[in-house]
Design a protein around this ligand. Structure first.
Ligand SMILES: [Zn+2]
Length: 222
């Protein structure tokens, strides 16, 4: 289901059967000493793969092009800050081209959620729609599907650490975390766990898959 690994024949079959594409969108951004730089994209990538297992469709490679990263707020090493225009343009052109490739439901799952970064993506979606875009588009941060659990998005703190821990068990290094620089939310050393991550991921995947099924039904009714 990973688009870049698929043969044309496999893609033709899947687009004919379930014309859904998931785009995991993150950033290259500091996430404390305990998490990798690609956390935002890898997090939503893991979620997209699980959702696609349920709904069918394909998963686009993770995107590491973020605007309004921590770079705007301090000296956070290895963080890449791209421009608003680039993010918006990339989202817009992706929508156009994925539609042209035959996809009818396009999910932009945002693992990086600087407010202005999300705004840029949403503007692209609006312009795509206003320009007659025919695919159904869902552009949301993953925490939208787990608000009732108390998850409203954090940064390398309790929730992101837990989710990452569940998805990539060997890639969380809490023992390296001394000061909470660039960690926003509850202290992951006290509050993060794989179990919490599992609970959050399962809820997000289930609800995301339901939403995607609905959108696909709408498309099929047309
Ligand atoms: Zn993050």
């Amino acid at each position: 289901m990973r688009m870049e690994f698929m043969l044309p024949r496999e893609l033709r079959d899947e687009v004919g059967r379930r014309p859904i594409v998931y785009v995991p969108w993150g950033a290259m951004q500091w996430h404390g000493e305990h998490l990798p730089l690609g956390q935002d994209a890898l997090k939503v990538y893991g979620i997209c793969l699980r959702a696609a297992e349920r709904t069918g469709g394909v998963v686009f490679p993770p995107i590491y092009v973020g605007y309004e990263t921590l770079k705007l707020y301090g000296d956070y090493p290895f963080t890449l800050e791209f421009s608003r225009d680039l993010v918006k343009r990339l989202a817009f052109e992706l929508l156009q081209q994925l539609e042209a490739a035959g996809f009818r439901v396009i999910v932009l799952l945002c693992g990086h959620y600087g407010r202005r970064h999300l705004e840029a993506i949403r503007e692209a979606v609006e312009e795509y729609r206003a320009g007659g875009g025919r695919a159904r588009v869902l552009a949301v941060p993953e925490y939208e599907f787990a608000r009732d659990l108390g998850y409203h998005g954090d940064h390398a703190a309790k929730w992101e650490t837990s989710i990452f821990w569940y998805l990539y068990p060997s890639m969380v290094h809490l023992e390296r975390l001394r000061e909470l620089r660039g960690v926003y939310g509850e202290d992951p050393r006290e509050h993060a766990s794989r179990e919490l991550g599992e609970k959050a991921v399962k809820a997000i995947v289930e609800r995301l898959a339901e939403e995607v099924e609905k959108l696909l039904e709408e498309v099929e009714e047309q």
